[in-house]
Design a protein around this ligand. Structure first.
Ligand SMILES: [Fe+2]
Ligand SMILES: [Fe+2]
Length: 247
């Protein structure tokens, strides 16, 4: 069994950022002690150096191994350089092979733009890594900021990956098991073929849609089952998915 904490869209530096929510979420994750914590972007609001420094102070309190990838907000104001300097350094080399999983992080951000793109170079890298993991019989997780399939209750779609069709085809063809993303601040799960697509809400901001609460997801991966539990800031838990899967 592998336990994954999936948090996203911290938005440190935003007026709507609530530090107490982030502290509480990280405390909850540390108590659970998952195998890995995956942060799918928008750690900052504007990509400013000082915002990354503050975000890193929180990230440093996460006691598990971490994989973090940038979001569109992190790519503002040449924030990608700060992301590499400050956040990437905190992501220890993940070796979860003994746990039977492989996590592939992708940067879907574009400088100063809100829409996302994986691009040909990263797509080829992803396909190579998925094939390799397939040969090793590993459970394949992809993490990227932008959603690939539109998310309900998010208004007019305009931020799905610009190369979503190609990436989706590639994920299905290469039998990715789980795709984690954020961006829309709306938790949701789609299942297509053998692949589960899970988006997380915003963990620590009030940039919310309708009557939703800040939240993060816990993913429980068993040999033939995946369970995705949403934990919201009110302390409630909701099962987003509990399905049989192939390996
Ligand atoms: Fe966001
Ligand atoms: Fe975003």
């Amino acid at each position: 069994m592998v336990l994954v904490a999936h948090i996203s869209d911290l938005h440190v530096g935003a007026l709507a950022f609530k530090p107490e929510l982030l502290v509480k979420a990280i405390h909850g994750i540390n108590e659970l002690n998952p195998d890995v914590t995956i942060i799918t972007g928008d750690l900052t609001e504007n990509g400013y150096y000082q915002e990354f420094v503050t975000a890193a102070e929180y990230v440093d309190t996460i006691e598990t191994p971490i994989l973090a990838i940038p979001g569109n907000h992190d790519a503002r104001h040449v924030g990608d350089q700060c992301f590499n300097d400050i956040i990437n350094r905190r992501c220890k080399k993940l070796n979860l092979k003994d746990k039977g999983i492989k996590i592939i992080g992708l940067d879907s951000s574009e400088p100063d733009l809100d829409y996302g793109k994986v691009g040909r170079v990263q797509q080829q890298y992803m396909e190579k890594e998925l094939k390799k993991a397939g040969k090793d019989d590993l459970y394949k997780i992809i993490a990227l900021h932008h959603h690939i399939i539109p998310v309900p209750q998010t208004g007019r779609e305009r931020n799905v990956l610009s190369d979503a069709g190609d990436i989706l085809q590639s994920l299905i063809d290469n039998r990715a098991n789980l795709v984690l993303s954020g961006h829309k601040h709306m938790p949701h799960v789609w299942i297509m073929g053998e692949t589960t697509f899970a988006t997380a809400g915003t963990a620590s901001s009030l940039k919310l849609r309708g009557k939703t609460y800040p939240s993060y997801n816990i993913v429980n991966i068993d040999d033939n089952r995946i369970e995705i539990i949403l934990r919201d800031s009110e302390g409630k838990q909701l099962t987003l998915a509990n399905i049989r899967t192939h390996r």
